[in-house]
Design a protein. Structure first.
Length: 192
């Protein structure tokens, strides 16, 4: 388990750390032309706005604002950010799942219950070069951000249609990087 503040988020961008080590960089499937399933087990602390993750440069992400779920969707032509009629409780462990079917749908689940499903047939997600995922923030943080703990992360998984490409339980670290349990070298590291 790791505790994350907005000032000290973690980054999933294995291509920036060790591009030659991984034959299966999981960050390369987090875009509009690839199937992916992203699963995160987390809890959050009370407060105003909490960004669990943001996939950039075209923003797709998940936030909690005053206990209400907000989604960001990074389409090919714009980013949308909107509230859902789904509310979470602080200090409760949830399992979040984003399942993306390219040019078809993006479905979001909390504890196996679907809370959102988009139609991407006419307006697909963006196809990005070199995507990266901030964890605990929606973007590159400034030094002025709060260092108050926003989230506790217990587990993170990223899969394609065939296999689990990245799996973190945040129990083993090498040089300040969370070890990928799949041995694919899909490290997650703290920004500061």
């Amino acid at each position: 388990m790791i505790s994350i503040s907005r000032k000290n988020p973690w980054l999933f961008w294995p291509n920036s750390i060790c591009p030659s080590f991984s034959s299966k960089p999981a960050s390369e499937i987090l875009k509009g032309d690839k199937y992916y399933k992203l699963e995160i087990q987390f809890s959050y602390t009370p407060g105003n706005k909490k960004d669990l993750f943001g996939i950039v440069p075209n923003y797709t992400g998940f936030s909690v604002v005053d206990n209400r779920v907000f989604l960001g969707i990074g389409y090919y032509d714009q980013d949308d950010w909107f509230p859902l009629e789904h509310f979470l409780q602080p200090d409760t462990v949830y399992t979040l799942k984003f399942e993306h079917q390219p040019k078809e749908s993006l479905e979001v689940f909390i504890d196996n219950g679907s809370i959102y499903k988009s139609n991407l047939i006419e307006k697909p997600l963006a196809v990005m070069d070199n995507p990266q995922m901030f964890i605990g923030a929606a973007y590159w943080p400034t030094k002025d951000e709060s260092d108050e703990i926003d989230y506790k992360l217990f587990e993170l998984k990223i899969s394609d249609e065939q296999e689990l490409l990245a799996h973190h339980k945040f129990e083993k670290f090498i040089h300040s990087k969370s070890v990928d349990l799949t041995d694919n070298c899909n490290f997650i590291h703290k920004l500061r």
